[in-house]
Design a protein around this ligand. Sequence first.
Ligand SMILES: [Zn+2]
Length: 461
Amino acid sequence: MQGFPLEVQKNLVEQLEQQLPGLQVIDRENFQLLGAAMFDDSVDSTLQDKVDTLSTMYERLPLMSSHAAVTLLRHSLGVQKVVYFLRTSPGFSCPTSCRDLDKAVIKALERCLNLSFSSSAAAQLQLPISKGGLGIRSAEALALPCFLSSSYGSIEMVRLCMNDLGAIPTGLREALEQWTTTVGPAIPMDSREFQKEWDNVLVDTIMKRLLAEDTSDLTRARLTHVSQKESGLFLTAVPSPNVGTLLNNEQLRASLALRLGLPLYEKHPCACGMTVDTRGLHKLSCSQYALQRQARHDHVNDVLARALRQAGVTNRLEPQGLCADDAIRPDGVTIMPWSAGRALTWDVTIRDTYAATHLPYASRAVGHASSKAEREKRQKYLPLLNSYTFVPFAIESSGVWGGEAREFARQIGQRITQLTGEVKATQFLCQRISIEVARGTAALLMEGLPQGEDLHELFLT
Ligand SMILES: [Zn+2]
């Protein structure tokens, strides 16, 4: 009815309402079809409405456990709520609303985790888990990959409907122009319908920027190690107290501070006399915390032994008498033969990526500490190699796994799958081990903090 005088429009509406009772008149700013904005005028207002609704939900997130809140933000309450809209409407033309959503998510995370995110930490956490982030994606960053892939995916259909071989979806030209201006050349034509292909370019650009912003050994080692697949497995597990995959608030907070390179607490003295800095990395290799490191090791070893039993391979821990030298005592041995009639022994070790002895190498080679541990363990258990198959199961405090640990977990998982039919057995096993490493490392970081004795005195009457 646009173009008609207001009086005429009003009369037309009245006549229509008589014929169609309950008719609703929708203005251009709110006009949507199947969730997609029909006019450019309605893109920003629709997006802003979604941001406002989500912001209300975010205020309630701190009422639940941090682990559950982070999982919800990653899977359903974050950018997923607007991905369909961004694929069907030119959301890239409304960066302010996209940024508002990202800010609301970051603010909710800060409240849930009791952490303060620097701009580089915020950029890192918005990366996929397999690339070093928390998998809580940014609406602003995804707007172009969403729209471009969706447009290229529907271009043939548009041409067919329009009966025009040269037709292109509305907004595609502008989106492509914005991409070439802000990111670089468009990706190859045969990949353009895949959102992930556009996204990968952006993710790599962000990681390169983060690495260039801080060239210290510590940051380089952290970013290159946490962007390995295994290091983020603890974040992919469904948090459940029943199966032991739920991290409590402090454990998750410490694990994420370590992953994102954030301060965890104020400086304080260590029991060894040195000063623990705000990130607490000293505690990961301090001799005062050998018992706590042993506890972390034992938990991982226990998960391995239980997984082997589930795979039908009975075993015993801390076996004695495998060889004449009593000092040669691995963490476990299978009672049943593992393969080709030979029993298997294994030894778990968790090394600190950020220890002073590893850091200069770790900043240049991912998995330096675990590879070194594998070589050392093989050397130590040389006397067993004639009689047993030996597996050094090396993991690092950054979450990176040694190659032999990866392969061993895969083989155990495969056997569980054959026995139980559970196709995700390997994934569950690796997640469970990753959770134990994260939990034990977090416990180390939080160990030795001054206790609130004064407060206890205050409340004792
Ligand atoms: Zn110390």
